[in-house]
Design a binder for this molecule. Structure first.
Ligand SMILES: Cc1ncc(COP(=O)(O)O)c(C=O)c1O
Ligand SMILES: N[C@@H](CCCC[NH3+])C(=O)O
Length: 428
């Protein structure tokens, strides 16, 4: 129905009085109160995405651990916690945020190649469900820290299955030359390693091959590999009862189809469904991606001769993905153009002094003027969590809408406040 807004899910985004609205609330109204740029999330869409995935895998008994790195906003995680989400965390900070949102410790798993002693110790102290260890070195460290506490740590071993996920090179994680997990053919070492690690109980294996994967084939290959390895290790006497299948389920950023939850469920069923283990997945992007947009105002329309630049007040520090991965985000004007209105090509850029501060090149859009609002669509995942303060910019606010109400869930952190984070030593 909104022809410009292919990536704005109609259950959350619509047009009211010729203006883009979220859950019936005019985005221009929120922008007038909050100031631009800001992230805007729909609680309704978060719940919808959660239920679509959780319901699809429920018949297989799959636990869903939301990957906090995609969006760790307090209100966003609280919405998911109330839906019954567990969490996949990669830092002590994410542990704090997961617990704060009300996710029970026994539904939290901890991934990551470089966990610190303090992070492991805290995870053990609060009693999380499982640590996903990524190396034999980490296994030994967990053993020592668990021993010092008189507890036995439940650990899954993340395996690198050497599967090409067919995604962007910067977000692939399951190839042998990636830093993640232990090579499957080095698992033979486990038998001896575990003999001397009395404070670690190996409960299962874990895998995560990358992000924004749009076909089931790489998942099927990785999951089959995990099924084989689980059987092999069991045959060697390891009592494995769990298998963590990771996340990575791709969503549409342009015209492509996302990975359907039903297809994922079917892939899980046919590859690991009969393994007799507790299964889990770790979705991030597929839960929050299309539930959020970045709202920005046009600062200038600059005539650059051959190129017309749409200079926004949002920049790469607010939404890093285009600069980092050349990723596509639909740019959608908040005021709907008249049918048949003229369109021209713009390079959509931010104000930062880097050429990579470019959201889109040669993007066909209706004619826009300084002061107009636009949204960058599909920005709910890896948007605010990857934002920074480059060029001494403010950290942008985050706003959540639910059933016709909106609230600023993180306020803008102005540079004056950022100054208070730092001191100048008096001996300098
Ligand atoms: C271990 C782990 N689990 C889950 C995820 C979530 O991935 P996605 O947001 O693509 O679902 C990631 C990020 O790629 C990850 O590194
Ligand atoms: N940050 C990446 C995804 C990486 C996922 C983390 N393992 C993105 O925006 O697409």
């Amino acid at each position: 129905m909104i022809d410009l807004a292919r990536r704005l899910p109609p259950s959350a985004f619509g047009v009211v009085d010729g203006q883009l609205a979220v859950e019936g609330v005019a985005i221009a109204h929120i922008a007038a109160e909050v100031g631009t740029p800001f992230y805007l999330y729909s609680a309704k869409r978060l719940r919808e995405n959660w239920r679509t995935l959780a319901d699809a895998v429920a018949p297989l008994g799959v636990a869903v651990h939301y990957a906090m790195k995609a969006n760790a906003n307090r209100a966003v995680v609280a919405v998911l916690a109330r839906e019954g989400a567990g969490a996949d965390i990669v830092s002590g900070g994410e542990l704090t945020r997961a617990l704060d949102a009300g996710i029970p410790a026994n539904r939290i798993v901890f991934s990551g190649v470089g966990k610190t002693d303090a992070e492991i110790a805290r995870a053990l102290d609060v009693g999380i469900r499982q640590i996903n260890a990524e190396s034999f070195e980490e296994l030994a460290r967990i053993d020592a820290l668990a021993g010092a506490r008189g507890v036995v740590a439940e650990v899954a071993l993340r395996v690198n299955p050497d599967v090409d996920a067919g995604t962007h090179a910067k977000i692939t994680t399951g190839k042998r030359d990636n830093k993640f997990g232990i090579d499957a053919d080095r698992l033979a070492r486990l038998d001896n390693e575990l003999k001397v690690l009395a404070n670690v109980r190996l409960v299962g294996l874990a895998v995560h091959i990358g992000s924004q994967i749009l076909s089931t084939a790489p998942f099927a290959a990785a999951y089959r590999r995990m099924a084989d390895l689980t059987r092999e290790l069991r045959a060697r006497g390891h009592a494995l009862t769990r298998l963590d299948l990771g996340g990575g389920f791709g969503i549409p950023y342009r015209a492509e189809a996302g990975l359907a939850a039903a297809d994922l469920a079917e892939t899980i069923r046919t590859t690991v469904g009969d393994l007799g283990v507790e299964l889990a997945i770790e979705p991030g992007r597929s839960i929050v991606g299309d539930a959020g947009v970045l709202v920005s105002r046009v600062a200038f329309v600059k005539d650059g001769g051959d190129i017309r630049f749409l200079v926004l007040d949002a920049a790469m520090n607010d939404l890093m993905r285009p600069a980092m991965y050349d990723s596509h985000h639909d740019v959608v004007p908040v005021r709907m153009p008249a049918p048949g209105a003229e369109r021209i090509d713009y390079d959509v850029v931010g104000p930062i002094c880097e050429s990579s501060d470019t959201f889109a090149r040669r993007r066909s859009l209706p004619i826009l003027a300084a002061g107009d609002l636009v949204v960058l669509a599909t920005a709910g995942a890896y948007g605010a969590t990857m934002a920074g303060t480059y060029n001494a910019r403010a950290l942008v606010p985050e706003v959540i809408v639910d059933a016709g109400r909106f609230a600023v869930t993180r306020r803008r952190i102005e540079v004056e406040e950022q100054l208070s984070w730092e001191t100048v030593p008096d001996w300098l």
